[in-house]
Design a protein. Structure first.
Lengths: 593, 186
């Protein structure tokens, strides 16, 4: 699928698939026991409710004429009891079913989240976050009632229908058939609008998704909007998306409303037919007028459960539009995953080999082609070159955030595609331009690298990477509370904390992607010392534009034109007077004094 | 007139900003560059992309300017995102342009291109450039060194180097090696 933006509908071309509902049944089946209890309670509650008229009849016909006060009080109490019990049972059923509904959506949601965490970057690159979020939060919510109460009510209404049909046939078979004659007409009608109805609910879910995506993006980008004074324009876009949603909702409701309307008319029509057939076509010997009256009353009762069923059907069609989306997400293939029979990597030395690696984010355009190199354990490699040449791609492939399109990547001779992701990534340290600080103390933040590290170990790590001095300058030292945005700390300080964290985790392979690019000059020297300590004995890949960071590396690879254009030590490349030389003499500035 | 006395909307309508933390939208590249002025003709979008040294990589993308980029610019490198943010800020052509560490992830050759573009902007425009790299600030008319909210040094690149103060120290630190290497091999 092409990349999506907020106002492009994510169309689902597949025809309706009954398997969606079967898959939902898997979740429903896990709730079998409480659902059966609830169903039994419903039947019991209805049954007890039905005894009230019988008691009433007994009181009127027998107890009152007999004038026995004791019996009257007794029967009245019994009648009151039936009503109280019936209501109480209904309440218990409601409670059970609410919990069933919540359990079902809880499980679907957990499965969705688990799956989302396994999906590759590509999935997230291709669509706005808001469109993913709405599936986990809103869509799942919308199906809870249909999958719990909807199922129970469906069974009850079917039972009710069968019950009335039996009574009806017992009274008169011919007129019963007349009543049933409405059914094929109704079925035909449902068949006719089925697709339109399904499409319209899909449209509702699409427009809802678009609206959500735009709202979410607008909130996270509100700073940019204000800087560019684009508030009015954005409001117009929002209004358009919101009115699209409203319009599709009204259209979908229009189809929904047609169904009970049809049922009501058919019921009336069938009643009329009963009179006409009963009075005109059949002789009075066959049917008495009493039978005709009874049958018209049954016909009305027969069509009531059908009306209820059709409302349930509407809810079901609506829920399917959401179920499709939920299962589509659950079916999204996990592209980067452990191969069948993948083996965990042993503790690594840190040799990294690219063997004819080809890779492209989108099919048809390769970022890297036939890239081969071999990095010894403990060697530090700087990746330089024009922006967008593929430096970040190289390091993303080593951490297997994407799988290679061609060739192999070996770590200590093991093909990473045949190794478990966990064993690979747990032996790697990755530091990005923006080092993440969690809310908690500085101590916690460093310890995040290895949760069982002692305080002494944390402090030792901080000392090694030169972070100890600035941490001690804080009033509370290591116990200083910092927050997610790390606002108390400068970029350089955050980076030093992240160095300490990584040192504690003690990875064999280190990746630094522009980790030093926005650091103030004062911190830079400190950072360079800290970095040198961190790099000792580890294989490292460093993407940087700063000469001070790059020139200390064992080897420098200049990435351009889908591969390595130049490789060598700083001195060798300077002597070569090629691309690297050009890049870095650009940085040389005249001393105009 | 103090900025507090101005209406924020009116004030911002005169300022173009490219921030350190680049935030792009799930829209086409064209839509992102023309974010501040959606009516911007396509030729102008291209012109500003060229000025921001973004045209070449945009052209290489599968659908060029119509390529939809992910939310927050996923799929683009750090330097590419920064250049789109720069094009976006230049495209509004406002009297004041603020670049907050906008070229930190851009290689030096590209940065040199961007700097010459900034000097070639058609409309007269006050540029405020925030940067850590001396190469970014060297061409500025005036350089202010801030420390804890106060200006500690001020002057042109040459003046500040002559002063042998903080700026000079940073310059030497960042140029360390280049001078030596170039001298040794040159």
């Amino acid at each position: 699928m092409a990349r999506n933006k907020f106002d492009i509908d994510e169309n689902l071309e597949s025809p309706f698939d009954i398997r969606h509902f079967k898959r939902a049944l898997v979740y429903i089946k896990r709730q079998k026991r409480p659902m059966i209890v609830a169903l039994a309670l419903s039947v019991l509650s209805a049954g007890i409710g039905l005894t009230a008229p019988l008691i009433m009849q007994h009181i009127v016909d027998v107890t009152i004429p007999a004038k026995t006060v004791g019996a009257l009080v007794g029967w009245s109490a019994l009648m009151l009891a039936t009503i109280v019990i019936s209501v109480a049972l209904a309440a218990v059923r409601g409670r059970i079913m609410t919990s069933v509904g919540q359990d079902i959506i809880f499980e679907i949601r957990s499965d969705l989240f688990k799956h989302l965490q396994a999906l590759s970057f590509k999935y997230y690159d291709d669509r706005p976050q808001g469109k993913i979020l709405i599936r986990v939060v809103n869509y799942v919510n919308s199906i809870s009632d249909v999958l719990s109460n909807g199922i129970i009510n469906f069974i009850l209404e079917i039972l009710n229908l069968v019950f009335i049909a039996v009574f009806m046939f017992a009274v008169d078979v011919k007129l019963s058939l007349v009543t049933l004659a409405g059914l094929p007409v109704f079925a035909l009608f449902l068949l006719l609008i089925k697709n339109k109805q399904r499409r319209s609910w899909q449209a509702v879910s699409n427009k809802n998704s678009n609206l959500n995506a735009y709202t979410q993006e607008s909130i996270s980008g509100v700073g940019v909007t204000q800087i560019f004074t684009r508030e009015n324009r954005n409001e117009a876009i929002f209004t358009r998306l919101a009115s699209n949603y409203r319009q599709e909702w009204m259209r979908a409701i229009h189809f929904n409303a047609m169904i009970p309307f049809t049922v009501d008319n058919l019921a009336t029509l069938v009643t009329t037919l009963i009179y006409m057939v009963g009075l005109l076509a059949l002789s009075p010997q066959d049917v008495t007028f009493g039978v005709i009256l009874a049958m018209s009353s049954y016909a009305a009762r027969f069509w009531q459960p059908i009306l209820n069923l059709s409302n349930l059907y509407n809810g079901f069609v609506n829920a399917v539009a959401y179920l499709e989306r939920i299962f589509e997400t659950l079916d999204e293939p996990v592209t980067v995953k452990d191969a069948p029979g993948a083996k965990p990597l042993p503790p690594l030395q840190g040799r990294v080999t690219f063997d004819n690696v080809t890779f492209g984010y989108d099919t048809g355009s390769n970022v890297l082609e036939n890239l081969s190199f071999d990095v010894r354990p403990g060697e530090s490699i700087a990746l330089v070159g024009p922006t967008g040449a593929g430096k970040t791609t190289v390091v993303n492939l080593i951490s297997r955030f994407y799988d290679v399109t061609g060739g192999r990547i070996l770590v200590d001779g093991h093909d990473i595609a045949q190794s478990t992701l966990q064993s690979l990534r747990s032996q790697m340290g990755i530091m990005l331009q923006d080092s993440f600080i969690f809310s908690g103390t500085i101590l916690d933040n460093i310890r995040y690298g290895r949760l069982d590290a002692t305080e002494e170990e944390v402090i030792a790590a901080a000392k090694t990477v030169r972070a100890d001095a600035f941490i001690r300058e804080f009033e509370n030292g290591y116990m200083t509370e910092v927050n997610e945005r790390g606002s108390k700390l400068s970029q350089g300080q955050r980076q030093l904390i992240s160095f300490a964290r990584t040192l504690l985790a003690d990875p064999r392979i280190l990746i630094l992607d522009e980790a030093t690019s926005s650091i103030d000059a004062k911190t830079e020297r400190l950072l360079q010392q800290g970095l040198n300590e961190l790099l000792k004995g580890r294989t490292s890949f460093i993407i940087a534009h700063r000469l001070s960071t790059v020139r200390n590396c064992d080897r420098i690879m200049y990435i351009a034109d889908k591969g390595i254009a130049e490789v060598g030590s700083h001195d060798e490349l300077i002597a070569k007077r090629g691309l690297y030389y050009k890049l870095y003499t650009a940085q040389k500035m005249e001393m105009v004094v | 007139m103090g900025v507090r006395e101005l209406d924020p909307g009116e004030l911002r309508a005169n300022v173009g900003i490219a921030t350190q933390d680049v935030l792009l939208f799930s829209d086409t590249i064209d839509g992102n560059v023309a974010f501040g002025d959606p009516e911007l003709p396509e030729d102008d979008t291209m012109k500003y992309a060229k000025l921001a040294a973004a045209h070449d990589f945009i052209r290489k993308m599968p659908e060029g300017y119509d390529t939809i980029i992910g939310e927050r610019g996923v799929g683009l490198s750090g330097g590419q995102k920064q250049r789109l943010a720069l094009a976006r800020a230049m495209a509004v052509a406002r009297p004041i342009l603020i670049l907050d560490d906008t070229t930190s992830a851009v290689d030096l050759e590209t940065e040199a291109h961007i700097q010459s573009s900034l000097n070639r902007l058609e409309a007269p425009c006050t540029k405020i450039i925030i940067a850590q790299r001396i190469s970014t600030t060297a061409k500025a008319d005036r350089i202010l060194i801030l420390d804890a909210g106060r200006v500690i040094e001020e002057g042109t690149h040459a003046e500040l180097l002559a002063r042998r103060g903080y700026y000079y120290e940073v310059f030497m630190l960042q140029n360390e090696g280049i001078e030596r290497q170039v001298a040794a091999n040159g």
